[in-house]
Design a binder for this molecule. Structure first.
Ligand SMILES: [Zn+2]
Length: 278
């Protein structure tokens, strides 16, 4: 039976806070970057939580996993900044090794209770085989964390005061039913996607002997990005010309709660940079 959605979409004025829980750097930009941008543009506070730092998500085997993780965290921080997101939490589990366990669930509960979102954005775990295992694990554990764990005070009582998230928007699902135009934020969405490639390019060009990436940033980057309002001066690059921009949403309802199944922001842009999210 189809369920009634609580919120109409990212423009719904009742949404004040949102939390994105994903597996890897670039997941958010790939799957729901336009949606995040539409919310931050009108003042919604959005927090990012990444279960891994994508330390296996680069095919250049000359780089250590630690270096890849540092690089991808910096890219994610840059992308978050472009999207108006001030806080990125890196949980730093090993890439491609996420499983449904109580440790991860408690970490997500802690994040839900700390950020108190109206909307949780995460992966739709109910998908076919062709899917990253980390995505499935994150989606399922994030939903379990939101309901009932973060809501119920006797569950993880040391993980903060209980909070009930009003709704979940699950992206990368297979049965979308709603389209949301993200054309008004497309430039910034592309800019955020580009952030995941620019630092890599800069690192590749770095002279031998030059200092490497700075020490691992703090777990949360809120202080780093709250100091200034201006955007980082990333090298300019010709942007692809967008032909169509929309996000697709579907609705299903496990239990009495409305779950919105989001698939990707379907930005169809000639030459859109990037690769399949890892
Ligand atoms: Zn991913």
């Amino acid at each position: 039976m189809a369920a009634r959605k609580l919120f109409t979409g990212p423009d719904d004025r009742r949404i004040k806070r949102a939390l994105c829980v994903v597996a890897h750097p670039d997941d958010i930009e790939f799957y729901c970057g336009g949606t995040v941008l539409k919310m931050t543009a009108r003042g919604v506070i959005v927090d990012f939580v990444l279960a891994t730092s994508g330390d296996k998500g680069m095919r250049d085997v000359s780089k250590s996993r630690a270096k890849v993780a540092r690089l991808r965290e910096r890219e994610q921080e840059a992308a978050a900044y472009v999207m108006g997101v001030k806080r990125v939490a890196f949980l730093r589990h090993p890439d491609a090794e996420l499983v449904e366990d109580l440790e991860l669930r408690e970490e997500f509960v802690r994040e839900v209770r700390a950020t108190k979102p109206d909307v949780l954005l995460t992966f739709d775990p109910n998908v076919g085989y062709l899917y990253h295992p980390d995505h499935r694990a994150v989606g399922r554990v994030a939903l379990d964390a939101a309901w009932p764990c973060a809501r119920d005070p006797l569950t993880y009582p040391k993980a903060g005061p209980p909070h009930e998230t009003k709704e979940a928007w699950c992206f990368a699902g297979q049965q979308p039913t709603l389209e949301v135009d993200v054309g008004d934020v497309l430039e910034d969405k592309i800019e955020a996607r580009l952030a995941h490639r620019r630092l890599e390019s800069r690192m590749r060009r770095r002279r031998p002997g030059a200092s490497q990436a700075s020490s691992r940033p703090s777990r949360s980057t809120s202080a780093m990005f709250s100091r200034t309002r201006s955007r980082p001066a990333w090298p300019t690059r010709a942007r692809p010309r967008a032909r169509r921009a929309c996000a697709v949403v579907g609705v299903t309802a496990p239990g009495s709660r409305d779950f919105i199944r989001w698939t990707s922001d379907r930005v169809s842009a000639r030459g859109t940079p990037g690769r399949r999210p890892t």
